[in-house]
Design a protein around this ligand. Structure first.
Ligand code: ADP
Ligand code: MG
Length: 140
């Protein structure tokens, strides 16, 4: 096992319901540390760029509109196998399919408004972390 970093986003449905602390407690209880965190309102161009891999998907425009509908909290999480561990804590994309006890099973409102984003590989984590944070912002 290796200490990794991953990029997490608390999505607008989570910030709207004041769930930042609840979700961070789940990360911290599982051994993931929050090394950097900021609450921001993404522009449409920023959201389109972040989710660019999904540009051809039918849900892309709705997803972008949703992601700019309110503030998000972007964060760098660190810990052993952080990428996979965070994906396990998050649960499946569709909350109806998410395992009991996962963040999405507990908090997601829909397959779109599903409370959290997490990088899906170490390589994508590095790219996504640098989208939001400079190395000087990340304090281990
Ligand atoms: P994940 O966030 O679990 O990695 P994806 O990368 O496949 O999932 O999708 C990115 C985000 O797009 C999802 O978290 C969700 O907000 C949204 N999304 C995915 N699939 C759908 C869908 N079928 N309908 C609406 N929104 C979707
Ligand atoms: Mg994804």
């Amino acid at each position: 096992m290796a200490i990794e970093r991953t990029l997490s986003i608390l999505k607008p449905d989570a910030t709207r319901r004041n769930l930042t602390g609840h979700i961070n407690a789940i990360f911290e209880d599982a051994g993931l540390a929050v090394l950097a965190q900021k609450r921001i309102l993404l522009t449409r161009a920023q959201a389109e760029s972040f989710y660019g891999v999904h540009r051809e998907r039918g849900f892309f425009n709705d997803l972008v509109s949703y992601m700019i509908s309110g503030p998000v909290v972007a964060q760098v999480l660190s810990g052993e196998d952080a990428v996979l561990k965070n994906r396990e804590l998050m649960g499946a994309t569709d909350p109806k399919k998410a395992a009991e006890g996962t963040i999405r099973a507990q908090y997601a409102e829909s397959i779109e408004a599903n409370s959290v984003h997490g990088s899906d590989s170490a390589e994508n984590a590095a790219t996504e972390i640098s989208f939001f944070f400079a190395e000087i912002d990340i304090v281990a």
